[in-house]
Write a protein that binds this ligand. Structure first.
Ligand code: GLV
Length: 325
């Protein structure tokens, strides 16, 4: 049986399809990444089932000459050196689609929480500062009639677009290619990033992290946004320049940020972002619903088994590996 390294324990019923079909070596709950025990068996491993917290780089691959598949239990694969895998003819699997609704729901929760100051308002109520109904107390922003700028119109971006359209917002978006369907059905308009930043009341990020998108939201981008705007990031932390964001929130270049992802991740507890009243942070929970995480694990297992059995991965991010052989 092929040896598979799973870097972190997963519920048994999520990975049931692997039992009896592979030899599974499972890493510890913590720390994250490849434990010494897993690294020791790397030379024999034919499959890796990884999380987004595991780095699969050239150095790791060099120690795994028998490797035939890398299956990442995430839609994002920025933790994997995909080009290095491709050079070795190793297919890389991901888990798209199934997490779009859960991530879009979380995005709306963050966006609305930031727009309406929910965390501060709830803390005020709990701590006895709700002494009367105040006509001017706890005022926030409307989503109906607002302009929502969506950066990245993939499956998650589209799920966010459907939701904000339902709330009565107007949508502008940035994407490498036009999306005729969202334009026809939701009235979304594809615009240059510079215009999206200038016009949007909410800017929400749903692009992959790569060389083009790293620090896409830098100091210049933040300065271009409205002083009343809210930034939401449920993509990858490094799409935003964290240092610039701290300054932007402190000096009120923008009104607020709501982040499900940060750079670094997690942020150290003393990080200034945790201490800014206009910044809301959740611990990378976009896909964290029972049903979604289970489905992601099942798809990761399907990709893994396909790779080991020499079949095409149902969800492969480097399909060119099949053209070359
Ligand atoms: C989560 O961030 C994912 O990429 O699946």
């Amino acid at each position: 049986m092929s040896l598979v390294l799973l870097t972190h324990p997963l519920p048994e019923d999520w990975i049931a399809s692997l039992r009896g079909r592979v030899e599974l070596l499972i890493g510890p709950e913590s720390p994250v990444g490849f434990s010494p025990e897993l690294l020791e068996r790397l030379p024999e491993a034919e499959g890796l089932l990884t999380l987004l917290t595991d780095r699969v780089d050239e150095a790791l691959l060099a120690r795994a000459p028998r490797l035939r598949v890398v299956s990442n239990m995430a839609v994002g694969v920025d933790n994997v050196d995909v080009a290095a895998c491709t050079r070795r003819g190793i297919p890389v699997g991901n888990t798209p689609g199934v997490l779009a609704d859960a991530t879009a729901d979380l995005t709306l929760a963050l966006l609305l929480a930031a727009a309406r100051g929910i965390f501060q308002a709830a803390a005020d109520a709990r701590q006895g500062r709700w002494t009367t109904w105040s006509p001017t107390g706890w005022l926030g922003a409307d989503l109906a009639g607002a302009v929502v700028g969506i950066v990245g119109m993939g499956q998650i971006g589209r799920a966010v677009a459907r939701r904000v359209h339902g709330f009565g917002a107007r949508i502008v978006y940035v994407n490498p290619s036009p999306r005729p369907q969202v334009e026809a059905v939701l009235g979304a308009e594809r615009v240059p990033l510079e215009r999206l930043l200038r016009e949007s009341d909410f800017v929400t990020l749903h692009c992959p992290l790569n060389a083009e998108t790293r620090h896409l939201i830098d100091a210049d981008a933040l300065r271009a946004m409205k002083p009343t705007a809210v930034l939401v990031n449920a993509a990858r932390g490094a799409v935003v320049d964290t240092t610039a964001l701290v300054q932007a929130l402190r000096e009120r270049w923008i009104a607020a940020a709501a982040l499900d992802v940060t750079d670094p991740e997690p942020l150290p507890p003393e990080h200034p972002l945790y201490h800014l009243p206009n910044c809301l942070i959740t611990p990378h929970i976009g896909s964290a619903t029972h049903g979604t995480r289970r489905r992601m694990a099942e798809i990761a297992c399907e990709n893994l088994l396909a790779g080991l059995e020499g079949r095409r991965l149902p969800h492969c991010v480097n399909p060119e590996v099949y053209d070359e052989g």
